[in-house]
Design a binder for this molecule. Structure first.
Ligand code: C2E
Ligand code: CA
Ligand code: CA
Length: 830
C-alpha cells in the first residue's frame, strides 16, 4: 500500500520537468480513456477529449464546475466511499460503475481514481481514468440471459463434445432425466439411450460431422431409475468462430404426456366410431356437430341429414314437450341425464332407447358441448315383452295364466262397476280328463287340452278372458253379461265346444266339462272369493253328474263354510266317544218273537242331548270321517252281537251301510278283518242294509262287492225298498236276502190306497223272488195288523218300540209280548 510520502520521490530522470509536463499532457489529450482531474472539493480541473466524447460535455462546460451531473443518485455514496478510502491511504483498484451521459443515457464505465498530491504530499485533488465498457457489459448481459434461458428452460438443453461427452446439463435436463449436472457432466450421452438404440446417436453424429441438418425426431430415453420416457429431440452443431464444428447441442422435450393424450385421443376416436352405441355431439345451443356410424345405423339418417340440425328432429310424438323440458332442466342442474326415451327414425317409426346425456364444460364452467349416448333397447324391450308373456301366459295353451287372470278379473270388476254392468266368473273342470291321460298318455292329454282350450276360447267373445289355471282347470271371465239366461247360453256354448270329439293319433277322444258360475255384483264380493264361489259351484256340478253348468248358490255356500267347522267338531266327538249305537227291535208279529235289531247311530251331545243321524251324517258325507264312523258302526255292532251272544241272546243285527263305504277299495279287506276278530260268531248275525240307488254304474259296482262278500257269510238287505226307480233291477240282480219296505209307504198304508198297493206289490215281489220282507215304520197296532193281513210278518217301528241302548235290549226282549190282535192272524191272500 502506497503511503502519501512516497509521492515526494516521484522523478523522471531523462526528461526536464517541462518536457515531462508536455509529455503527460499529450498522453492525456490523446488517451482513448476519459481522463479527468478535480479538486478535493470536486471541481473539475481538467477534461480531455475522450471525456468530452464519453459524457457529451465539452471541457469548457465542465472545467471549473462540479461533476455531480455525471453521477446517478445511487452512485454518489459509492464515489464518496472510495474517495474516503483513498484519502485514508488505501490503494483502490479500478471499479465498474455507471455514469450519466449528457443525453440522459446510462453508460457502463470502469473507473480508476488516484490522488493528486502537492509537493508536500498533501492530497489536493483526484484524477479519474474512466473507460467506456458498455459494449462488453452488453455482451455480458446477453450471455447471462442466454445462460438463464438455458438454465431455466423446461426442456433439457445439453451440449456435448463431438465424441458425445456431456459438457453442459441444464435444470430442464435435471428435471426431465432426474440426474444432476454434477452426475452427468463428463458422462457419455449414450447413458440416456435405451438398449438397442445406440446407433441412433452415431447416425446423428455422422450427419452433423458432414454438415447435414438433422431433422427433429421423437424417440425414447431412459431416466434415472430406468423409467422410459418419450422425447422429442432437436440436434444442432456447435461451431467456433471459424465455423468449425466443435460440439453438439441437443434440446429434448418430455412428450410422454402428449403421447399418452394422443393415444387416448386415438382410442377415444376409435371407440367413437366402433361402439355399438349411437353418439351424438352438439354445441351449447344444441346444433349437431358430430354423430358416429352407430347413431346413423340406429336412426336411419345419413350424416348430411342431421349435421347442423338440432335433436328436435328425432323427437317422438310419444313424449310430451314437457319431457324434453324436464331433461333440459336436469342437465342444467346436475350436468347429466339418463333414462329411457322414445325416438323417431328417419322412416317415422319409433324406437326405444336408453339415453345418456352429459354436459361438457369449458374451463370457465360454461356448457360447451352436449354428448348423447343412445343405445337401441328395442331388442331388449322385445325380450322383456317375451319374458312378460311367459310370465302371464300358459306355455302349453298360450291362454292367460292365473297371474294375468287375477289382473284381468280386477280390471273387469272395475269396468262393470263404472258402467253398472255384470260379469260372470266361470270355473271349468274337464270331466274324465284323467282317463285320457291314463289311457292315451300325457302327450295325447296335452294335445287334447290345447285343442279343447282353443275351441272354448273361440266360443267366447273378444271381451271375455279364458285362462288356464291348472292341469284341466280353466276360468273364464265374461264381461257385460245380461241375465243369468244369457250367461247360461255362453256357458252352454263352452260345454258344447268342450264336448266336441278330438282326433288324436287316430283315436277319437271326447271329454266334457263341469262348470261352476257366479255373477258379479249379484254375488257381491272380492275377486278371490268370486273364484272360490265359482269353484265350489263347479264342484256341485260334478256332484250333480258332470257335463253341466251350476250357478253358485250362496245359501249352500254358507252351509259348506260351516261344514268344515262341523266336521272337526264331529271328529272331536268321535275321539271322546260321544257316538253310540241304539238298537231298534225287529220282530215276527205273527209268532211274537224278536229275531234281531237295526243298529242306529246316535250322538250323545253333551249340550244338545241325543242327536239323530240326520243331524250329523249328511255333514260328513264324502269326508274321511264318514268312513271312520262307518267302520266304527260295524265294529261296534259286532261287539254287541258278541256281547249278547255271551248272554245267550242270539240276534241278527243290521247296520246301515252308505254306498261310499261299500265302494271303497279296501272295504272287503277291512270287513274281513273285523269279522275275523269274532271266530265264534255266526257271520250271518251281521246284516248290511244297502240303500237303493238310481246310478246304474253304482248298481253294478255294488253288485260286485256284495258277491265278493258272500263267502264271508254276512247277510244283505235292501233298505228303503220301493223309493228308487231301480227296484226291479235290484231285486233281479242283488243277492240280498231281505227287502225293507220303506216307511213312507207303510205309514199311510191304512189311508192311502196307492201306498197300500205299493206295499202289496213289494210283498208279492219278495215272495216271488223268495226274499224275506220286513216293514219299517210300523207305528201302531193297526198298521201291523194290516201288514200281517198282506202277508208281511216281519216288522220294525215305534209301534213295537223305539231304538234303545244295547244294554237295555236283553231285558226288553225278555219282557216283550206281541199284541193280541197280531197273534195267530190268518193270511189273507188276495
Ligand atoms: P233307516 O235306515 O230307514 O232307519 C230307520 C229310521 O226310521 C230310524 O231313524 C228310526 O228311528 C226311524 N223309525 C223307526 N220306526 C219308526 C216309526 O214307527 N215311525 C217313524 N217316523 N220313524 C221310525 P234314525 O235312527 O233317525 O235314522 C235315520 C236314518 O239314518 C236311517 O234310516 C239310516 O238311513 C240312517 N242311519 C242311522 N244309523 C246309521 C248308521 O249307523 N250308519 C248309516 N250309514 N246310516 C245310519
Ligand atoms: Ca236302515
Ligand atoms: Ca229305511
Amino acid at each position: 500500500m502506497a503511503k502519501p510520502e512516497d509521492a515526494k520521490n516521484l522523478s523522471y530522470p531523462y526528461l526536464s520537468s517541462d518536457e515531462v509536463n508536455e509529455h503527460f499532457k499529450a498522453i492525456v489529450r490523446n488517451s482513448e480513456d476519459a481522463i479527468i482531474s478535480r479538486t478535493v472539493s470536486g471541481i473539475v480541473t481538467s477534461w480531455n477529449k475522450a471525456a468530452e466524447k464519453l459524457f457529451g460535455y465539452s471541457a469548457a462546460e465542465m472545467v471549473g464546475n462540479p461533476m455531480l451531473a455525471l453521477f446517478p443518485k445511487d452512485r454518489l455514496n459509492e464515489e464518496f466511499f472510495i474517495l474516503d478510502l483513498i484519502i485514508a491511504g488505501e490503494k483502490v483498484d479500478h471499479f465498474e460503475t455507471i455514469r450519466i451521459h449528457r443525453d440522459g443515457k446510462l453508460i457502463d464505465v470502469s473507473n480508476t481514481i488516484s490522488p493528486i498530491r502537492d509537493s508536500f504530499g498533501m492530497i489536493i485533488g483526484f484524477s479519474s481514468i474512466v473507460r467506456d465498457i458498455s459494449k462488453r457489459k452488453k455482451l455480458e448481459r446477453l450471455q447471462n440471459q442466454f445462460k438463464a434461458i438455458i438454465d431455466y428452460s423446461d426442456d433439457a438443453i445439453i451440449s456435448m463434445s463431438l465424441d458425445g461427452v456431456i459438457q453442459s446439463w441444464n435444470r430442464g435436463a435435471e428435471a426431465i432425466f432426474g440426474y444432476s449436472s454434477d452426475e452427468m457432466i463428463g458422462m457419455s450421452i449414450s447413458h440416456l439411450l435405451p438398449p438397442g438404440k445406440h446407433d441412433e446417436n452415431d447416425n446423428i453424429l455422422e450427419k452433423l460431422k458432414k454438415g447435414e441438418r438433422v431433422a427433429p425426431l421423437e424417440s425414447v430415453r431412459i431416466c434415472k431409475g430406468g423409467r422410459p420416457i418419450a422425447v422429442s429431440i432437436t440436434t444442432s452443431a456447435i461451431r467456433d468462430a471459424k465455423d468449425r464444428i466443435v460440439g453438439i447441442s441437443k434440446i429434448l422435450q418430455d412428450i410422454t404426456l402428449k403421447k399418452y393424450n394422443e393415444s387416448r385421443l386415438q382410442l377415444t376416436s376409435s371407440v367413437f366410431s366402433n361402439t355399438n352405441e349411437g353418439i351424438l355431439i352438439t354445441d351449447a345451443k344444441g346444433t349437431i356437430l358430430e354423430v358416429n356410424d352407430s347413431f346413423l345405423r340406429i336412426s336411419g339418417y345419413s350424416r348430411d341429414d342431421i349435421l347442423g340440425k338440432t335433436p328436435a328432429i328425432f323427437r317422438s310424438s310419444r313424449h310430451a314437450p314437457k319431457f324434453i323440458e324436464a331433461i333440459r332442466e336436469l342437465l342444467m342442474k346436475s350436468g347429466t341425464y339418463q333414462g329411457e326415451a322414445w325416438s323417431r327414425k328417419k322412416d317415422g317409426s319409433a324406437y326405444a332407447s336408453l339415453l345418456t346425456i352429459n354436459v361438457v364444460k369449458d374451463e370457465t364452467g360454461e356448457a360447451k358441448h352436449y354428448v348423447s349416448l343412445i343405445s337401441d333397447v328395442t331388442p331388449l324391450r322385445e325380450k322383456q315383452e317375451q319374458m312378460e308373456h311367459l310370465a302371464h301366459f300358459d306355455a302349453l295353451t298360450d291362454l292367460p295364466n292365473r297371474i294375468l287372470l287375477a289382473d284381468r278379473l280386477q280390471q273387469a270388476m272395475a269396468h262393470v262397476n263404472r258402467h253398472k254392468q255384470s260379469l260372470a266368473v266361470l270355473y271349468l273342470d274337464l270331466d274324465y280328463f284323467k282317463e285320457v291321460n291314463d289311457n292315451h298318455g300325457h302327450n295325447a292329454g296335452d294335445q287334447l287340452l290345447v285343442t279343447v282350450s282353443h275351441r272354448m276360447r273361440d266360443a267366447l267373445r273378444n271381451v271375455d278372458t279364458l285362462a288356464r289355471i291348472g292341469g284341466d282347470e280353466f276360468v273364464a271371465v265374461l264381461l257385460d253379461v245380461g241375465t243369468p239366461v244369457e250367461c247360461n247360453y255362453l256357458a252352454e256354448r263352452i260345454l258344447h265346444a268342450c264336448a266336441e270329439p278330438v282326433l288324436i293319433d287316430g283315436h277319437l277322444l271326447q271329454v266334457s266339462a263341469s262348470i261352476g258360475m257366479t255373477i258379479y255384483p249379484q254375488d257381491n264380493t272380492d275377486a278371490e272369493e268370486l273364484m272360490r264361489h265359482a269353484d265350489s259351484a263347479m264342484y256341485q256340478a260334478k256332484q250333480a253328474g258332470r257335463n253341466r253348468v251350476q250357478l253358485f248358490d250362496s245359501a249352500l255356500e254358507s252351509e259348506i263354510k260351516n261344514r268344515s267347522l262341523q266336521i272337526s267338531r264331529i271328529a272331536q266327538a268321535f275321539d271322546t266317544n260321544e257316538f253310540v249305537l241304539y238298537y231298534q227291535p225287529k220282530v215276527n208279529m205273527r209268532l211274537g218273537t224278536v229275531f234281531g235289531a237295526e243298529a242306529l247311530i246316535r250322538w250323545l251331545h253333551p249340550q244338545r242331548g241325543i242327536l239323530p243321524p240326520s243331524e250329523f251324517l249328511p255333514v260328513i258325507e264324502n269326508h274321511n270321517m264318514e268312513y271312520i264312523l262307518g267302520y266304527w258302526v260295524i265294529e261296534t255292532a259286532l261287539a254287541q252281537i258278541e256281547s249278547w251272544r255271551g248272554l245267550g241272546l242270539a240276534m241278527t243285527v243290521s247296520v246301515n251301510l252308505c254306498a261310499n263305504l261299500l265302494l271303497k277299495a279296501d272295504f272287503i279287506e277291512k270287513l274281513t278283518a273285523l269279522i275275523s276278530k269274532y271266530p265264534l260268531m255266526n257271520p250271518g248275525s251281521l246284516e248290511l242294509e244297502i240303500l237303493e240307488t238310481n246310478d246304474v254304474q253304482d248298481i253294478s259296482k255294488i253288485l260286485l262287492v256284495v258277491k265278493q262278500c258272500q263267502p264271508l257269510g254276512v247277510g244283505f238287505s235292501i233298505d228303503d225298498f220301493g223309493t228308487g226307480n231301480s227296484s226291479m233291477t235290484y231285486l233281479n240282480r242283488l243277492p240280498a236276502e231281505t227287502l225293507k219296505i220303506d216307511q213312507s209307504f207303510v205309514r199311510d198304508i191304512l189311508v192311502d190306497h196307492e201306498d197300500q198297493a205299493m206295499v202289496k206289490g213289494v210283498i208279492a215281489l219278495a215272495h216271488a223272488f223268495k226274499r224275506k220282507v220286513i216293514a219299517e215304520g210300523v207305528e201302531n197296532i193297526e198298521i201291523g195288523e194290516k201288514l200281517l193281513d198282506l202277508g208281511c210278518d216281519f216288522a220294525q217301528g215305534f209301534g213295537i218300540d223305539r231304538p234303545m241302548p244295547g244294554d237295555e235290549f236283553p231285558t226288553w226282549v225278555a219282557s216283550w209280548a206281541p199284541h193280541d190282535y197280531w197273534k195267530n192272524r190268518a193270511y189273507i191272500i188276495n
